[in-house]
Structures are given as C-alpha cells and as structure tokens.
Design a protein around this ligand. Structure first.
Ligand code: NDP
Ligand code: A1CAB
Length: 272
C-alpha cells in the first residue's frame, strides 16, 4: 500500500482526517495528492502533512493508483464527469466517502468494470480511532478489497458490508455518530459551567469522562446497559440524572435522530 499514490479529490474535513491517518501510518506524503479549491485549506494540508497539491482533478486522476472522492455529494456527478476519461484508461481503485450516493451511481457515471468502493468513515480517523464501513462489487478481485482495506485502515477500524442500505444505516451510527457524542459533550460542558465550574475544568472533566466511558465499554464485555447500572447506585445521584433523561424521552430522541439520518441518505441517493 505504501508504494501506491493516493489522490484525494476534495481536501475538506473528512479528507484531512484520512490524510492525517495515512501520514501517521508512514505513508509517504509525496505519494498523497490533493485537489482542493479553498486556498487556505490546501495550504494547510501541504504545510501540516507535506502532501502534494494539484489544481486539476483529471490530472490527479491520471496519476493516482487510488482515488478518494471526498467532495460533497451534490458535486459528485460533476467530479465523476471530470475524471471519467483518465480513470477509464488507468482503472485506479476508486473509494468514495460521500454519504447517500449508491454504488450503482458510480458505475453509471464512470463506466463498467471499474474497481469502486463506497465507504463511510468518520472524523476520529484524524487520530486513527475511526470506524469505517465499506461495500464493493462482489466480482472485483480480492486484491481490490485488500488494497481498499489497507487505505481505510489507516484511519482505524474497517468493516465490510453488503448493501447501500447497510451503509446508510452505518452512517446513522458511526458516520454521523461522533457529532452526537460531541453534542452531549457540549451540553455537559455548558451544564458544568452553569454549576459554577470554570470552562477549562468543565472541559477537562467532560472529555476525560467521555474517553474513560468509551475505553471502559471497549475493554469490558459488559453491555452499555450493565455498565450504566454499575454507575447507578439505588437512591443515589445518577438515578436522578437518568430520571431526567427518561423524562425527556432520551431513547426516543436518539432513535428519531438515527432514523432521520437513514431517511436523509435515501433522499440524497435520489438527489445526487
Ligand atoms: N465530515 C464527516 O464527518 C464525514 C463526511 N463524509 C463525506 O465526506 C465528503 C466530504 O465531506 P466533508 O469533508 O465534511 O466536507 P468539506 O466541505 O469539509 O470538504 C469538501 C471539500 O471539497 C472541496 N471541493 C469542492 N468542489 C471541489 C472540486 N470540484 N474538486 C475538488 N475539491 C472540491 C470543497 O471546497 P470548497 O469548500 O471551497 O467548495 C471542500 O473543501 C462528503 O461527501 C460527506 O458526505 C463521510 C463521512 C464523515
Ligand atoms: O453530515 C454528513 O452528511 C456527513 C456524512 C456523515 C457525517 N457527515
């Protein structure tokens, strides 16, 4: 994998996280190409990671062994149009990270026989703690899956799925999921400040609690429900907090949020 040239089309939030993961796993930054119209973002990628910035998506597509499509879903069709010709000649591995766009759309716009992976990473990729789901054509050779796994694993965990719907469901969990946890952290930090703690102390307490809870849940075979119960002494403080969550129908709020993601992904598949 380290001998491959990986080209990123779009150098925004998610691409930056993936590039950070690749560079951290010793991928030669000279073998990472990026096209990014925003000059400030482009310069930061070059100065922070030493990657090579290019101006033209077709030029990048003519040089890369792996192309990561990291643009917003609404401009994906125009990007695919730009790279269609060079990729048909070279047949690089195409990895899209765009939400909602089904695999068939890439086949339609790039032509038959292309090795295409649809994936859904998440921003903790930046610190190699990402969770990525991916799907691809079953008839592609095993080496394609191996290469895609190697590229995506630079960001953390990789799991393979079967269908576009699987990936939309994963988007509701791990793709968008970091935002749910960040939102809870935001709310807890604001609450801690209202209780009179300084912003600095509030942040420290919240982040270490989130980190500790995730680490414990990963290392302990107990379910999240059991871990929650272990914190909750009968008649104690935590029970009161959980009563307040229940009064706000927290499980329903979370479920509604996740259903909304899957619904939006389905809409995006029709729009893009
Ligand atoms: N953010 C996340 O947590 C995740 C995002 N994704 C997916 O990743 C993709 C990118 O999202 P995200 O990184 O958040 O978005 P960003 O807007 O941060 O990044 C997209 C970048 O692409 C640039 N761009 C626009 N047009 C072109 C073009 N023609 N050629 C090359 N680059 C272009 C944009 O520049 P400009 O702003 O100047 O237009 C922007 O910097 C989306 O499809 C999203 O669904 C997937 C998983 C998680
Ligand atoms: O919000 C989005 O559409 C993207 C996909 C998953 C996370 N961010």
């Amino acid at each position: 994998m380290h001998s491959k040239t990986i080209g990123f089309i779009g150098g925004g939030n998610m691409a930056t996280s993936l590039i950070g993961g690749l560079v951290a796993t010793s991928h030669d930054p000279d073998r990472i190409l990026v096209t990014e119209p925003d000059e400030q973002r482009r310069d930061l990628l070059v100065s922070d990671h030493g990657v090579v910035a290019l101006q033209d998506n077709a030029v990048l597509a003519a040089q890369a062994d792996v192309i990561v499509l990291a643009v917003k879903p609404n401009i994906m069709a125009s990007v695919l149009e730009e790279i269609r010709q060079p990729v048909q000649v070279r047949k690089p591995l195409i990895i899209s990270i765009a939400a909602g766009i089904p695999l068939q759309r890439y086949r339609d716009l790039l032509g038959p026989g292309m090795p295409i992976v649809r994936s859904m990473p998440n921003t903790p990729a930046l610190v190699r703690a990402g969770m990525t789901g991916a799907i691809m054509d079953a008839e592609q050779p095993g080496e394609v899956r191996k290469l895609a796994t190697a590229v995506l694993a630079a960001a953390g965990e990789v799991r393979w799925f079967e269908t576009d719907h699987d990936l939309d469901c994963l988007t509701a969990v791990s793709g968008s999921g970091p935002a749910y946890f960040f939102h809870l952290m935001e709310c807890m930090q604001a609450g801690a400040e209202r209780l009179g703690l300084s912003p600095e102390v509030a942040r420290d307490l919240v982040l270490h609690t989130a980190y500790g809870a995730a680490k414990l849940a990963l290392h302990d075979s107990a379910s999240p429900a059991e871990l929650r119960q272990r914190v909750t002494s009968p008649g104690g403080t935590t029970a009161k907090a959980l009563d307040a969550f229940a009064a706000g129908d927290f499980p329903r709020v979370v479920d509604n949020a996740m259903q909304a993601v899957v619904q939006r992904a389905a809409e995006m598949s029709r729009e893009n």
